[in-house]
Write a protein that binds this ligand. Structure first.
Ligand code: CAA
Length: 391
């Protein structure tokens, strides 16, 4: 088995929904000072799904450009990570497999651990590729973040999917071997099976995230990871973008380095461009931050990036990636900006109506209105079965 094989992210593509609610509009409804949203939590808008968009349509839309560019012959595993699953038994990735027209010789599985799931998928994928470097693994993170209307969490909703093609000799980011891990049983954020919105202890969730930064970093160092000063940039899970800044200050404090505010801003500013307007996309969020960083004006060739993945409940991982020479030729800057910019702004009333919608559960035939601008749609539910189609 080769030990010095470069393994990592060969391609990265994301998609989001067709609609967006701005925080200006939300603050007009609830009277919150807009500066709290723009500066306090660092959010400007949030993606909102149409009636015919969900984690499956976003996942397929994110992955389709990857399949178009590389073909699917070498993909023998598809991992879909989500905490907003559409079925208790069937893996959502099977619908995606069909929408993408993949060959049948693929193992498809769904993984869940709150916002950490995609990182687990990524690590499992590198192990599979290590075993057979001719194979590629498609790891897709897809989530719709939903809290109760008029709750403090409401301003931190959003939706997106990120697709990562994991391969040997990757074009974008090679993943380093040591990982720092941190798991602890905490009820900071959770969603019982009977609820469509998450429950959260807001302040406790922030504290749990920060404790996990420290715990994962300490383990990363104990595993022989790189020293802090070797890292050129950091990407954090961003439930709202200011959380990343809190996290970085925590990391510096853990390392005994004074947190110079201007330096913290500089270190993270390039990672928030997508998340501040897409909102929380749960397990996809860290990889939207990575996309924003790679697509920024900085030349990161050969540089080490620190990635911190946090999933409430909680499991966290700190790991490092090294940016590959020539990575800029493989980015999808224009497509990503278009996905974000083409969303239609909606008013509060439209958002509220969509938020309160649920799919019928009577087993009848229910067709959904064609609203998405994306390439795939949920056409309806029939006999308790979801029906997807190319839009
Ligand atoms: N101008 C500027 N800033 C203002 C302001 C104003 N007028 N008013 C308030 N602020 C600042 C506050 O000082 C505060 O800053 P600090 O965090 O630096 O102290 C910030 O805006 C938020 O204000 P509050 O704490 O008063 O806000 P809140 O009570 O509405 O709660 C929240 C904020 C806890 C994030 C809430 O939105 C929430 O519960 N969100 C969901 C949970 C979440 O995202 N948790 C993050 C960690 S868990 C995780 O990462 C997993 C996941 O994806 C969910």
């Amino acid at each position: 088995m080769p030990t010095d094989l470069a393994l990592g992210i060969h391609d990265l593509s994301f998609s989001t929904t067709s609609l967006a609610l701005s925080h200006d509009e939300l603050s007009r409804h609830n009277g919150t000072d807009l500066a709290k949203y723009h500066r306090g939590i660092g959010q400007r808008a949030m993606s909102v799904p149409t009636a015919d968009e969900d984690i499956v349509t976003m996942a397929a839309a994110a992955a389709a450009p990857i399949v178009r560019r590389h073909g699917a012959d070498r993909i023998r595993t598809l991992v879909l990570a989500t905490e907003t699953s559409v079925d208790q038994s069937k893996a959502a990735g099977i619908y995606v497999h069909k929408l993408l027209g993949l060959h049948p010789h693929v193992r498809v599985v769904e993984v869940k651990q709150a916002c950490y799931g995609a990182t687990a998928g990524l690590q499992f994928a590198t192990a599979l590729v290590h075993r057979d470097p001719d194979q590629q693994v498609l790891v897709i993170a897809s989530d719709v973040s939903r809290y109760d209307l008029d709750s403090p969490g409401e301003a931190t909703q959003g939706a997106a999917a990120t697709a990562l093609l994991v391969s040997a000799d990757p074009a974008l980011v090679e993943l380093d071997r040591p990982s720092g891990l941190f798991t602890t049983d905490v009820m900071d954020f959770w969603r019982p099976n009977y609820r469509s919105t998450a429950l959260v202890n807001g302040k406790e969730s922030v504290a749990a995230y920060l404790e996990a930064v420290e715990g994962a970093w300490r383990d990363y160092s104990a595993q022989g990871g790189l020293p802090l000063e070797e890292f050129r940039a950091f990407c954090y899970h961003q439930p709202y973008t200011r959380m990343a800044f809190k996290a970085h200050r925590q990391l510096l404090e853990t390392c005994g380095v004074p947190a110079d505010e201007a330096a913290v801003e500089r270190a993270l500013a390039a990672t928030t461009a997508y998340n501040e307007t897409v909102g929380n996309s749960y397990t996809a969020s860290l990889y939207l931050a990575l996309a924003a960083l790679l697509e920024s004006e900085h030349d990161l060739t050969g540089q080490a990036l620190g990635l911190f993945s946090y999933g409430s409940g909680s499991v966290a991982e700190f790991f490092a990636g090294r940016v590959r020479p020539g990575y800029q030729e493989h980015l999808r800057r224009d497509a990503h900006r278009e996905a974000v910019d083409r969303r239609r702004a909606i008013d509060y009333g439209t958002y509220r109506e969509l938020h309160e919608r649920t799919l019928p559960t009577d087993g009848g035939r229910h067709d959904l209105p064609h609203q998405t601008q994306g390439p795939f749609r949920l056409a309806g539910v029939r006999d308790h079965q979801r029906v997807y189609e190319a839009a």
